[in-house]
Design a binder for this molecule. Sequence first.
Ligand code: ADP
Length: 174
Amino acid sequence: MSRTLPNIIITGTPGTGKTCHSELLAERTGLKHLSINDVVKEKECHEGWDEEYQSWIVDEDKLLDAIEDEVKQGGYILDWHACDLFPKSWIDLVVVLRVDTATLFDRLTERKYPEVKLQENIDAEIMEVLLQEAKEAYDEEIVVELQSVTADEMESNVDRIVQWLEQWKKNNAQ
Ligand SMILES: Nc1ncnc2c1ncn2[C@@H]1O[C@H](COP(=O)(O)OP(=O)(O)O)[C@@H](O)[C@H]1O
């Protein structure tokens, strides 16, 4: 079944700006912002709470089952810190947000992340874990890496995605 609207993943290390970008993009385009964190919580797609990391232990199969019917219809912005679990056939664009270490440190400190989680996320950003994950899971030409340090960058990132969306609509017009 072909979609009349695309699905876009906005991913990156926690604190890179996924939620801010997703909300702004949803506002500008009418695409639906799907915060996977909220789905995990609300639909209980998890196997409990990890005290050390202060986060849910996600049940990926349950999560995919919970969103499959909606997402397959198209028009979703999937906002999450992982991307390689979503089937390739669901996804049209993967945006990987990036920030420098100092900025990420400040943002995560402000969020009062536990030390172990803070360090792990800083390391993941330095090692480009999410970018590699995205490139391995999807065709490289649909993976876009964007800087997300300043508000101006967020504006231009969202503008770019809006332009991409318009082009996608033209290419997929029936
Ligand atoms: N491009 C940006 N420029 C300035 N501040 C940003 C930018 N992106 C995110 N932020 C700030 O960083 C923090 C984390 O953003 P958020 O969207 O919640 O990240 P994520 O969803 O990736 O964890 C927020 O306080 C937000 O205002």
